[in-house]
Design a protein around this ligand. Structure first.
Ligand code: R5P
Length: 316
């Protein structure tokens, strides 16, 4: 890898460990900056390294406290802009508010679009993100968005597991495409759960299964887990339909506190997440948990953005 001269990577307080891993991969130090809140909760940012004319990357996923971390990112962008950064890329490994991507009820917001507006108004020149809840969110921006995907890495992990009779399971029709891609990579069949959500309740109920799982090793694929309700319902359904084993592959471990109870169940053989977000609300005691780091992927993408290389080529 070529050494960089004009690149600068900084982290807010959301997930410093990931930013440090990205910098290790890039073989550059993580930039020095202060990001803290005063006693009145107002956030202060100051870059301690020169960023004038630099290619600045600000790494900050939308983890809890989501609104604080979003505000930190916006203020960091503003500070970088006012310090004459050459270009500012908001690196958002998990795009919070991604589920609010359409007006699907009367009198509701499209907050994913609002967040996109905030980022642009603050002064971001580009966005680098990972597995958006819906790819169309890219269209909420008028600046370039590079969306990476960790599903090929999750597929590679399960190829290494050598499950005797795998079948990939999508937790809803919306996730069928990415699950089909994983199934294709594993050379196995796809099943789809027809999930029904009840109003705005966070409880989801798995209803119907399209496909065959009896005697198979199910790999339930999802982009994010919040309460764990969706996946737990799917796990139960797989077991009822005679699955031999049930595994979960998920990119973003958003994981509200109750998810650590909901998913810590004997019907589940293992859960595999990426480190796009830190696990801050608990840990699993019974179910084995695997973690795949997206730091090399994000690092390679930053390298390519900086040097004018193709980001798409990372996935070919
Ligand atoms: C839904 O469309 C997503 O792909 C996830 O299935 C959902 O966000 C998970 O939420 P929860 O864990 O709260 O059921």
């Amino acid at each position: 890898m070529q050494p960089f001269r004009d690149i600068a990577v900084f982290s807010g307080n959301a997930h410093r460990a990931l930013a440090e891993s990205v910098c290790r991969h890039l073989e550059i130090p993580l930039g020095d900056c202060e990001v803290f809140a005063f006693s009145n909760e107002e956030i202060f940012v100051r870059f301690l390294d020169n960023v004038r004319e630099k290619d600045v990357f600000l790494i900050q996923p939308g983890v809890s406290p989501v609104n604080n971390n979003l505000m930190e990112l916006l203020i960091m962008i503003d500070a970088a802009k006012r310090a004459s950064a050459g270009r500012i890329t908001a690196v958002i490994p998990y795009y919070a508010y991604g589920r609010s991507d359409k007006k699907d009820q009367p009198r509701v917001p499209v907050t994913a679009r609002l967040v996109a507006n905030f980022l642009e108004v603050a002064g971001a020149d580009r966005v680098l993100t990972l597995d958006l809840h819906a790819g169309q969110i890219q269209g909420f921006f008028n600046i370039p968005v590079d969306e990476l995907t960790a599903f090929p890495m999750l597929a590679d992990y399960f190829r290494g597991e050598r499950l005797p009779s795998p079948v990939v399971v999508a937790t809803d029709v919306g996730g069928a495409k990415r699950a089909r891609d994983v199934a294709k990579r594993l050379g196995c069949e796809l099943a789809i759960v027809d999930k029904r959500r009840i109003g705005n309740e966070e409880q989801a109920e798995a209803m119907t299964l399209i496909g065959e799982v009896e005697g198979h090793d199910c790999i339930i694929v999802d982009d994010e887990i919040l309460t764990g309700g969706t996946v737990a319902s799917a796990v139960r359904l797989m077991r009822e339909r005679g699955a031999t084993s049930v595994h979960v592959a998920c990119v973003h471990p958003v994981l509200a506190p109750r998810a650590f109870d909901t998913l810590d169940i004997p019907e589940l053989n293992q859960i595999v997440f990426t480190d796009s977000l830190p696990l801050i609300h608990g840990e699993f005691t019974n179910v084995p948990v695997g973690e795949i780091s997206v730091a090399p992927l994000i690092g390679d993408a930053i390298h390519r953005i900086h040097s004018g290389g193709s980001v798409g080529a990372l996935f070919r």
